[in-house]
Design a protein around this ligand. Structure first.
Ligand code: ZN
Ligand code: ZN
Length: 348
């Protein structure tokens, strides 16, 4: 079968790969859509810790596919069914796994990360993940490219749940209007946020923020975010600040612009070589701030994300900005690097 195989930093090759062998507990999918995510770009450039030197593997973890073969031990799955794949699984029996946080498991695995993923014609879904509920049905008539947004959107759902959700009285600031930031804005809107303020500096992304429902889009190159938040909130400060950018400055600003009782999510990780930030700890103390961090998503988060995406309550289709066939997967990766693109998907 045709597959995009990682051979080393910046060495992704479209080549003929062995057809996956379906064990008795596994299923085989024909891949319909696989989204390209920041994680895939990090893998491509050799910066992912689960792709140490010498790794030869197919990336791709934002997967929608049709079942083409079912292992003898798998019950309740038939060829022809279309599924979203929640990519992460855990050992299944540790404290994190049994509390619904299999993304925190010390022995976690994931398609496209620890085993072959979906930038390929076919992908194996391992039995261990099927046993944890990682097959999420795609509703009839749904656009598979929209369904493939489940994994990144699940990370967004997780980020906002860490804040106790969004409340009707909340003024929410989202820093960064890339695909993740935009999804944060849409979810905050869906939960009924009073106001959504976006901060960004790239013009194309500022437009995206407007389309996602931001009431005010702040160009941080030209405007003072803190002053605008002060104005919008009558001096009270933001109720929620989500830092959806790998920005130390953004994290510092979040502490500063949050009001009393404010809730903050450090959604984006910082560059590996610069993880230390000077924060005003007294602001956390005296304002009684809740500062949270979230990473990746659990299978439970994916089910919630799929329910929202497939509910029809908001239009997510515009988030898919470009679609590429598998033959053009390298062009697709190059396009994903251009920060004006929203979500790029490969359709094998
Ligand atoms: Zn992803
Ligand atoms: Zn576990």
């Amino acid at each position: 079968m045709k597959a995009a195989v990682y051979h080393g930093p910046n060495d992704l090759r479209l080549e003929d790969a062995p057809h996956p062998h379906v064990g008795p507990d596994d299923i085989l999918l024909q891949v319909i859509t696989c989204g390209i995510c920041g994680t895939d770009l990090r893998i491509w450039h050799g910066g992912h810790r689960k792709y140490p030197s010498g790794t030869v593997r197919v990336p791709g973890h934002e997967v929608v596919g049709d079942v083409v073969a079912v292992g003898a031990n798998v019950r309740g799955v038939q060829p022809g069914q279309r599924y979203i794949i929640a990519p992460n699984w855990g050992c299944g029996h540790c404290r994190q796994c049994v509390t619904g946080n299999n993304n925190r498991c010390a022995n976690y695995g994931a398609v496209g990360i620890t085993v072959d993923g979906a930038f390929a014609e076919y992908m194996l879904v391992p039995g261990v993940s099927i046993g944890q509920g990682n097959l999420i049905p795609v509703e009839p008539g749904a656009d598979p490219a929209v369904a493939s947004l489940v994994e990144p959107f699940a990370c967004v759902v997780r980020g906002q749940e860490a804040l106790g959700g969004i409340r009707p009285e909340d003024v929410v600031v989202v820093m960064g209007a890339g695909p993740i930031g935009v999804m944060h804005m849409m979810l905050a809107r869906l939960q009924g946020a009073r106001r959504v303020i976006a901060s960004e500096m790239l013009p194309a992304r500022m437009e995206q923020a407007k389309r996602a429902g931001a009431d005010r889009v702040v160009n941080i190159k030209e405007e003072d975010l803190a002053a605008i938040v002060h104005d919008v909130t009558g001096g009270e400060g933001a109720d929620v600040v989500i830092v959806a950018a790998p920005s130390p400055q953004g994290q510092q600003d979040a502490i500063r612009i949050a009001g009393i009782g404010g809730r903050i999510n450090f959604f984006g990780g910082l560059p590996k070589d610069k993880p230390t930030v000077e924060l005003d700890s007294n602001a956390v103390h005296y304002k009684e701030l809740l500062v949270t961090g979230t990473t990746a998503c659990s299978t439970a988060d994916c089910w919630k994300a799929a329910a929202i995406l497939q509910s029809g309550r908001a239009d997510f289709a515009w988030l898919v900005s470009q679609r590429y066939p598998l033959d053009s997967v390298l062009d697709a990766f190059a396009a994903a690097e251009d920060r004006s693109a929203l979500k790029i998907v490969v359709e094998p």
